[in-house]
Design a binder for this molecule. Structure first.
Ligand code: PMP
Ligand code: GLN
Length: 388
């Protein structure tokens, strides 16, 4: 097998969803809702299938979806997007991230990623022959009320070989929502070093007040150098549809399209029509999404707290990182396997999201997902209370 993939593990999601199933555990591991997205959007997909939208879509995306992406960007961020030249539709954010990485990274180029990182980022950089450079996100401590990074550490990662920085906000797995000062700092570095930014904003609609999602591309000076990535998976609870998109200048999107055309060519047509309808849902839908996730967050944080796991309440996304170091397990993998097998609650060991030499920073943590029905969260709570 090729050297570029030889060292890839099976993803932690595959391992732990299989383990959860084997032990009939409540699955708070892999992040997928155990409830369906809006009925009217499922109906829109069915209508598109029945209505004959069943041949290859336009490679860069169905016009109706590209227009809906542009309208959504204007509605929520005041961002002007030309649907004809500044949007590419992809098979989920995952393909968008791959396409963007392949489109810009030459062998030896460097990419800056915050650690912990969504696992496909570094795999993508590796497949492109690039070199990841890491910046640690550090948990709250006596001086910091939120997850934070050391600005000198970030500045030191920028070199003459840096191609882009990968930013994920709201952040999986920490729930950090980068604030304006942080985004302006990152923007100033990108501008000073003439570096691109890839902003993975798939959790854009899942934030908890007072935290508020800000779009990196709308920070002055960033529009021309940012590719924004999002997906219908998180905002509309259709992770299985794999409809994502990239927004960026015609030059940046042109490069992404060159990759996209030879990776998947196009995305499932009927689902694009349905996600277009979803992006046009009224504001009330998005308000209710965040409200309902806030309730779920509080439920899970309380449950973890009640059983002596030490949750760090997130500002966004749908994961809680909990401190487990005091429980005496050798590391997070051992703890999560024990929790899944013996307690019946699956969680994800976050060292899967750290570079080998930084694993020490994640091995005292476990990630729990709360994109689950309240009953599911309550049943996890019961199991933890009874058995841990
Ligand atoms: N980025 C982040 C930060 C994610 O959490 C996920 C999904 N778990 C993705 C990208 C992938 O999104 P999609 O399912 O749309 O490919
Ligand atoms: N993004 C989801 C998570 O972080 C899982 C995605 C996947 O299974 N690849 O849990």
């Amino acid at each position: 097998i090729a050297a570029r993939i030889r060292d890839f593990p099976t993803t932690v999601f595959t391992e732990f969803s299989a383990l959860a199933q084997k032990h009939q555990a409540v699955n708070l591991g892999q992040g997928f809702p155990d409830f369906d997205g809006p009925e009217e959007i499922r109906e829109a997909a069915v209508r598109a299938v029945r209505g004959g939208v069943n041949q290859y879509a336009v490679s860069s995306g169905a016009v109706v979806l590209k227009e809906a992406v542009a309208e959504h960007a204007l509605r929520f961020y005041g961002q002007k997007v030309d649907p004809a030249t500044e949007v590419i539709v992809t098979n989920g954010a995952t393909e968008a991230l791959f396409d963007a990485t392949l489109a810009f990274v030459n062998p030896g180029d460097e990419v800056i990623v915050f650690e912990p990182y969504y696992d496909s980022y570094v795999a993508n950089v590796t497949m492109a022959g690039g070199v990841p450079r890491y910046v640690l996100l550090r948990p709250p401590d006596a001086q910091h009320t939120r997850w934070w990074y050391d600005s000198a550490e970030l500045e030191a990662q920028f070199t003459s070989r840096t191609k882009f920085i990968l930013l994920n906000t709201p952040h999986n797995p920490t729930g950090k929502v980068f604030d304006r000062a942080e985004l302006e700092h990152i923007a100033s570095l990108c501008i000073r070093h003439d570096v691109l930014a890839i902003a993975d904003e798939v959790y854009e609609h899942i934030t908890f007040e007072p935290a508020r999602h800000l779009r990196l591309a709308t920070i002055p000076g960033m529009a021309e150098r940012t590719l924004t990535i999002s997906s219908g998976g998180k905002s509309f609870s259709f992770t299985g549809w794999k409809v994502g998109w990239v927004i960026g200048s015609p030059a940046l999107c042109g490069a992404v399209q060159k990759t996209h055309q030879f990776v998947t060519f196009a995305v499932a047509g009927p689902l694009q029509h349905a996600i277009a309808a979803a992006l046009r849902l009224p504001d009330a839908y998005f308000v209710e999404l965040a409200r309902s996730y806030r309730t779920k967050r509080d439920l899970l944080v309380d449950a973890l707290d009640a059983v002596g796991l030490r949750p760090i309440a997130p500002d966004g996304a749908y994961f809680v990182m909990a401190r487990i170091g005091h429980l005496g397990f050798p590391d997070d993998f051992e703890f999560c396997r024990y929790l899944t097998r013996d307690i019946g609650v699956a969680a994800i060991p976050p060292t899967a999201f750290y570079a080998e030499h930084h694993r020490i920073h994640g091995s005292h943590l476990a990630r729990f997902a709360f994109c689950k029905r309240d009953e599911t969260l309550l049943s996890a709570r019961e199991k933890l209370l009874a058995r841990l």
